[in-house]
Design a protein around this ligand. Structure first.
Ligand code: UDP
Length: 255
């Protein structure tokens, strides 16, 4: 057993109501977003949310292989969520497990409503999500990064998709639970949404929430989504600002 193994916390909130990592109940983990990380992908993004580190590569729309999977009336979106063996405390088998297959589906269903798949019949879009380090909330962080990678690939979208979980620790509703809070808390509610359309594309619930707690958690998760959306927007704007400067620079050179 590793000497670094997590000790079981007796309390998840201190006497001042602060969380183990020093956050307030309604505070997101420090988050860093990047787009265009990988040069060989059509689009890519990288997210660090707390200790989560996730890389996403997007290819397509492109010819679909194998051909027999092609859909006559729309594009096939494939999301492949995989955890690296070294991404978690107990070594994860490199073979995709049931959880990875399920999360791949959940993530695809959260992203799909934002895409115009009917515009690319018989084609495919592949979204590869590689979890390099996991610390709770990887499905949500993957959705946030995947939609940024889709934007980086220049794929038109109705809206960007952003995700964040709320949870319950010591009977308090909290935002953006980490691994310890997930394991030793009493509830987890991952939410994905299209923030400008104000439409929810994923809502899962693990644990027991009263109707009031459910409402509070949903509102908190949506607030978290909106904060992450501002981050996504600033990263996209920065990319296009840089491109515009480069293009502008070229024009000046030509003159
Ligand atoms: N986890 C782990 N080993 C595994 C799968 C998950 O240690 O094989 C941890 C990891 O930190 C993950 C957390 O458990 O982020 C919560 O997993 P869950 O299935 O709830 O999905 P997530 O919260 O990451 O979307």
């Amino acid at each position: 057993m590793s000497l670094l193994k997590q000790s079981i916390p007796t309390k998840l909130l201190d006497d001042n109501g602060m969380r183990l990592d020093g956050r307030r109940l309604d505070e997101l983990r420090p988050t860093k977003l990047e787009m265009g990380t990988l040069k060989r992908a059509d689009g890519s993004a990288y997210i660090e949310q707390g200790k989560n580190k996730i890389l996403v590569a997007v290819y397509g729309p492109r010819e679909l292989h194998p051909h027999h999977l092609a859909l006559p009336d729309r594009c096939l979106l494939r999301c492949i969520y995989r955890m690296a063996s070294f991404s978690v405390e107990e070594r994860k088998s490199p073979a995709p497990g049931r959880r990875e297959i399920e999360l791949s589906k959940v993530i695809r269903e959260a992203i799909e409503p934002a895409l115009f798949l009917e515009e690319y019949p018989r084609a495919g879009i592949d979204v590869y999500i590689q979890i390099l380090q996991a610390d709770g909330g990887t499905r949500c962080a993957s959705i946030t990064a995947a939609s940024l990678a889709l934007a980086d690939a220049g794929i038109p979208m109705r809206d960007i998709v952003v995700a964040c979980a709320a949870g319950k620790v010591e009977d308090q509703v909290v935002l953006d639970i980490d691994d310890v809070e997930d394991k030793y808390g009493t509830g987890d509610m991952p939410v994905a949404m299209m923030p400008r359309k104000n439409e929810i594309t994923l809502l899962q619930l693990d644990g027991i929430f009263s109707p009031e707690e459910f409402q509070k958690a949903l509102e908190l998760a949506q607030q978290g989504c909106k904060q992450l959306y501002e981050l996504q927007r600033s990263v996209i704007k920065e990319k296009y600002k840089t491109i515009r400067e480069e293009v502008g620079g070229d024009e000046k050179k030509e003159k």
